[in-house]
Structure formats: C-alpha cells, structure tokens
Design a protein around this ligand. Sequence first.
Ligand SMILES: Nc1ncnc2c1ncn2[C@@H]1O[C@H](COP(=O)(O)OP(=O)(O)O)[C@@H](O)[C@H]1O
Ligand SMILES: [Mg+2]
Length: 607
Amino acid sequence: MLELKDVCFTIQKDGEDLNLIDQVSLQVPRGHFMAIVGPSGCGKTTLLKTIAGLNEESAGSLLWNGLDLAEEKDFDPAEIGYVPQFSIAYDQLTVDESIESATRLRVKIKNYAELDNRIDRTLEETGLAALADRPVQVLSGGQKRRLGLAMELVTGPHLLLCDEVTSGLDPRSERDIVRLLHQLSRRDGRTVISVTHSLAHLELYDSILVLHEGRVAYHGPPAGLTHYFSVEDTEEVYPQLAKQRSEKWAQSWLKHREAYYGKLNKRRKELIKRGELSVPVEVDNEPEPTKKSSQKTTDTTQLEDPAEAQTIVREPAKLVKTPGIISQFSTLLGRRWKIFFRDRGQVFLQLAILACFPILVALFSDRGNENIKRFSDRYEGTLQQIQEHTMVEKSYLSVGSAVSGIVMFQVVLLSLMGSNNSAREIAGERLIFEKEKFGGIRPIAYLGSKVAFLGSLILIQSLWMAIFVQQFWKFPDGAEAGFLDHTLFLVLINAAMTFVCLGISALMKTAEQSSLLSIYLVGFQLPLSGAVLALPESIESITRPFISAYWAWSGSIDSMNPSYRNAIDAVTETSFQSSSACHYLLIIHIAIGLIASYIGIKRHHWD
Ligand SMILES: Nc1ncnc2c1ncn2[C@@H]1O[C@H](COP(=O)(O)OP(=O)(O)O)[C@@H](O)[C@H]1O
Ligand SMILES: [Mg+2]
C-alpha cells in the first residue's frame, strides 16, 4: 500500500514559497490501477517524481507498506519502476538488446537460461516479441512506450509509475497501452500509477485522481467523475475545473471523499471475490497501516487494504537482487562498444581523425627533416662549440622552431582528439543515465566503463600518432628512450584532455554546453602554452598550471638530446620544466578530470 499524507512539494519563486504539490493525501492499495489526470502544468509529473523520491517532499510523509520512505526505508531499486516521459533506450540497439542490457544491469542473473527466460517473458508480457530484432530507432511512438515499460518490468517491480506513456499516440495505440497497464496491475498485486493528460479509456482504471494546481480535486472511481463534477461527459471535466479555484475544489473534495472511498472499497472487494484481482499476502514487516493512520483520520476515509478481503492467497513476488559493480561495469562497457560500432557517423569521424591528424603532422615534418639533416651534418661538436658558433645561424633557428612546432602540433591535435572523445560522452546520454542510476546502476561502475572505453581510444590514437609520425620524422634523439618518453607524453596529453572533458560533460546540463566548453578549452591550449609566443610573466604563472598542452610539449622537449633542446630554447622565450614535473602535472590533470566526472555523475540531473 502506498500512502501519502499531506504531501507538499514547495519551490522558491521570486523569494516566495510556491506549492507545486499542496497537501495531497491519498492511499493506493496493492494491485490498484490509478490514473493521475489534470490539465497541463497542474503538477502531475511533479507528484509522480515526489512519489518516486526524485523530488524530496517539503512537508508531509509518504509511506510504502506502512514504512516511512524518508525516515524508515527507501524503495529498493528493484521494487519500483519509473517510466519517464522521455525515451530510455538507445536508438542504436535492438528491442531485444535493450531489454537484455536492462536485465543484466538490474537483475542478478544466475545463468544464461534465466536471462533468456526473463527477456522472453518481458517481450511476451509487453507484446514486443515480434519486434525483438528491430532497432529502437525505427520503432513507432507506441512501440517505444512499450519498450520503456518493458525495460522497467525486468525487475518485476511492485510499484510501477508511468508518466504520459500514452501521450501523442493514436487512439488505438493509446487504448492498447492502457489495457497493457491494466493487465500489469492485475498481476502479483502490482500497483500501477499512470499520469495522463487524456481523459479517454478512464473506465479501465480502478481510480482516477484529478489534480488541479497541485491539489486533489477528486480521487474516486472513474464512474463517479461525471457525477462529482456535474458534467455530462468526462471531456468536460477540465473546463469545469477551470471555473473554480483549486482551494475550493480541494475543500469540496474533503467534504465528499468518504462516500467515494466507500465506493472504491466496495468495487475492490467485488473484484477480488470474482478472482479478477489477485493480491498477495502481506509481507512480514508490513505493519497495520489502517491502525496507524486511523489515529488521525476516521476509518471511513480509509481505502481498505486488500489483504483482509483476499480470496487468492499467494506469496508476494520476491525482490530481485541488483548485480555487483563488476557485472554492471562489463555490461555497460559491452553496450558502449556496441553503440559505438553501430553509430556509423561516429566510427567514420574517429577513423578520419585517426588517419588525417598524423598525416597532417607528417606533411609538416618534411621541411623539419631538411633542417635537421643539415643541422646534424654540420654540428657534431661538443655542446659548448655548438653554443659558441651557432647561436645566430639560420638553420639552427629553423631546426629549433621545426622540432618545437612538430611536437606542439602533435600535442594540440591529440588534445583535439581528446575533447572529441568525451565532450558529449556523459552529457549526451544524461537522462538515460539518470534513469539507470535510479534503477540501481552504480556511479562507479558507470565511470569505470567510460574510463575503459575512452582509455582504449586514447591508446589507439596516441600510439598511432607517435608511430606514424616516427616513420617520417625521427624524434630528434637517436636513443630509444627519447621516443618512448615522447610517446608517453602524447598518451598523457590525450588522456588529460579526454578526462578533463569527461568531467565537463558530467558536470554540464546539456551536451551543447559541454561541447562548447570543451572546444574553448582546446582552443586556448595553443596560445596559452607559450610554444608560439611567450606570455607576459604575470599571466603565465596563473595560466600555466592549467594548460595541459604546455606540460606535454615541455616534457617532451626536455627528454630530447641537449643540442636540440638548446636549438628550441633559442627560438622560444618560454622555459621548459623537467620531464618528471611534467609527468606529475599531467597525471594531476587526469585525476582532476576523473574526480570531476565522478562528482558530476553522482549529482542529480533530472531536468
Ligand atoms: N523543479 C521545478 N522548479 C520550478 N518549477 C517547476 C519545477 N518542477 C515543475 N515546475 C513547474 O510546476 C508546474 C507543474 O509541472 P509538471 O508537474 O511538470 O506539470 P504536468 O506534468 O502536470 O504537466 C509547471 O508549471 C512547471 O513549470
Ligand atoms: Mg508532465
């Protein structure tokens, strides 16, 4: 039994309290199918979110099976299903794959047979069996809603909340979905609450809650609606509502509600007697809600708990267990790769960048090679000799700028790849993730899957960049170690940018904001790195710690043969840091990106 006692949800508007939900009290017993109707903006979604715990109530209390949800026991993620207004499936997956990943993420499965059974049962239950292999992208509106429902049914929730699952559908699809919800409420004592704007097919519900400006205007049997609102047809209810302020409707409801609750109880008993409604025996920890609450209100206003009148005795369905972190991680990672390979545009873009960026660097390395050749032919002497004789030589300066330029070019292109890897990664699927987090997916498993996925991209991109460019332009050292150091810096700069942008995409509200910020971040790397022009010292000391590109460039140059390092020193006024300091700085950037990602992922981001 779900019970709301004087529940309010208040926001601050222009410095004043505004009750979006105002003193809503009602009871919804097991196996009950309730509609929440009301004009647009009356607070239906807000009420549903308050029930789900996504909005914290500002006053009053919510009880589930007699226990206070705020103080005693919150919903188990498997106990509640919430179908939001938006689609919760990935377009690139098929119906079957979507249900499979929802099951793997939310239900601890013993073996493949159990997984298959669960998927098949869910497909059957929601009438999606024939569409199992179809990609989500091509589903009709009604089919998508069914899929949304199916993905919430995988845990066999005891309470199912649906927000506008029929809106925008043709009348036939709408009726089919309402029928489906009705059937779902007739099994295992599942309580189904469905928000709808539409006043069609109300006869299929057990009770209708009419909300008006956040207040209860009516909560009774569908057949009582027209009488209560003194109208001929249910379609006239909304215009009738608008004729009176919501306080008046709420007062009038308090006066009449006992009579309507009596009707609801009577009908419920009949249904159970006829065997149309099967209600499980109450669970052990369920106290007597009627006794507890009857201290405040009179018995007649209570909706009786069905357990008293039951004829069919069944055990309540046991709650499924949520899988562990590792299992969720591997499901999420497998799904991420699948979505990546199905998204042709993304694969093409990644391949194009992977191929073109190193070629771009190689093109520039041609001139650099010429200078390097001349340089090494003529200046084989000691460092001191070189310094003495060559400071003003043109080729000495050209080799400095060529080597510095090529390293910086690689660094900047890898920064760009990094931001392209992750700028939309979390922000682009935020609502789906919020939904999944609500369903029991752990933030750390989600972050882990992102790190593993992006980590692979980082390694492929950076190693390829290093190895490809090496074929055309030998890293100016001779010793193997210099090239390896340089490669490590390329991996680090790509990782630093990827994870900092992942942090941005976890903290921003929309994918657009996150992309824009990431682009600015990359855009500022080159000018602020000091590789092209030295910055004024006062600015340099402030900006330098944040410019990943500087640290990768500087570290890479520091690991070069000293004669090249001096050549570079001659063309730039910017000083270099030791390569170990550069390692640390870049690792700190990566750590900051990961911490920001975790904080962003944990944060509540529903709207
Ligand atoms: N978190 C919020 N902050 C401010 N206003 C909100 C918030 N949530 C909802 N609202 C406002 O409350 C009203 C009710 O919203 P909602 O519950 O979505 O309506 P419905 O689902 O009935 O169409 C709307 O005017 C909406 O703009
Ligand atoms: Mg709504």
